[in-house]
Design a protein. Structure first.
Length: 375
């Protein structure tokens, strides 16, 4: 088996680790062989963080809320789960270059894993609609970054046309290996909890992630690894909610750039996940997302990117509507996992914009103490 991982050997001053990336850990669940060259940055194995303050907002005694923090992946988002598979299979197929359209996270991940594998990476981004933290990653990893004068959906159309006519691998979520890698997030949640949660809250943009998680939950259930499956609760930004509206949104708008997508690639699969699980896909406003974004950072100490907070915003909105109280009549426990898809440092401008500015004071003890209030 060929491996392109990053583990330093003990002789180089490294430490031994049992985790060698998600392909190694979940190999029997993935379409790989001993001949597949594994391109890994040791992605996966992200923390499942208890959120007791958010749990109090559910309105159900004993309810638990967990945050699956995908921002702990190597490039800071869940995209690494799918990219380790997509790039590994591209190398196995003899490809020399890959291409993707991206609102940010995919570009960062594709660029990093391509560089790891020695492949050329071409990235199309919507001009002016990408967080600088994400753009900086694609650039520093030496990707060819092209800013398209249009939105993500237009950029993806171009990527598909190029992929159909040139020897270059598309690594957007329409690549089936991306979904295969991303489904491992569901495996990890079940392994970490020892069971499946009752509800799974997730942002929905291009809809590959909700598709992948539902696939993972089904595979674990069918194999007898869990006794139940969660209801899938997806949330789109109100200005970019084609699945909720039932039609393509030509000009999607939201400050949560990662889900600013008007025509999701995995639309049908997301609807299937919703319907098969008995869940829902709903819209949350930018105001609701911003409130949740500040709440999870200010109350739980977890900084996520704005799009991630759509899962929190949606959960709170449904709780306030009494949804989980009704659900508690059918479950002996309410256990909710919210997917935080990306690290908050991806978009520092949003963190600064939604926070109070530093207080400027003289370099004097008295002036400092005026602003320090100890309990």
């Amino acid at each position: 088996m060929s491996s392109l991982n990053l583990a330093p050997s003990p002789a180089e001053g490294g430490t031994l680790s049992h985790w060698q990336g998600l392909i190694h850990h979940y190999r029997s669940w993935l379409p790989v062989t001993d001949e597949t060259p594994v391109v890994t940055l040791f992605e996966g194995n992200t923390p499942l963080i208890s959120a007791p303050k958010l749990a109090e907002r559910i309105g159900v005694k004993g309810a638990k809320v967990w945050l699956k923090y995908e921002g702990a992946n190597p490039t800071g988002s869940f995209k690494d789960r799918g990219m380790t598979m997509a790039i590994s299979k591209a190398v196995e197929a003899g490809k020399r270059a890959v291409i993707c359209a991206s609102t940010g996270n995919t570009s960062a991940s594709a660029a990093a894993y391509s560089r790891r594998a020695g492949l050329q990476c071409v990235v199309l981004i919507p001009e002016g609609n990408i967080a600088l933290g994400k753009l900086s990653q694609a650039l520093i990893h030496r990707a060819t970054v092209l800013a398209v004068q249009g939105n993500f959906d237009q950029a993806l159309e171009l990527v598909v046309k190029i992929g159909e006519t040139h020897p270059i691998e598309i690594v957007n979520s329409l690549n089936p290996f991306r979904i295969q890698g991303q489904k491992t997030g569901a495996f990890e949640i079940c392994d970490q909890l020892g069971r499946a949660p009752t509800h799974h809250c997730i942002p929905v943009g291009n809809a590959g992630n909700i598709t992948a998680y539902w696939k993972g939950y089904n595979e674990y259930f069918d194999a007898g690894r869990t006794e139940s499956k969660p209801k899938m609760l997806g949330f789109q930004a109100a200005g970019s909610a084609p699945i909720v509206l039932g039609h393509v949104v030509e000009h999607p708008e939201t400050f949560a750039t990662a889900i600013r997508i008007g025509n999701p690639v995995s639309w049908k699969q997301a609807v299937a996940a919703r319907d098969e699980s008995g869940g829902s896909i709903e819209a949350v406003t930018d105001e609701e997302i911003a409130t949740a974004y500040k709440m999870v950072a200010g109350e739980e100490g977890v900084l996520c990117e704005p799009a991630s907070a759509a899962s929190i915003a949606g959960m709170i909105k449904k709780a306030e509507a009494g949804y989980f109280k009704k659900e508690s009549k059918h479950h002996d426990r309410i256990e909710i996992v919210c997917i935080l898809t990306g690290n908050g440092l991806k978009d520092p401008n949003s963190a600064i914009k939604h926070s109070a500015a530093p207080i400027v004071v003289p370099a004097e003890m008295g002036a400092l103490l005026e602003h320090i209030h100890l309990a």
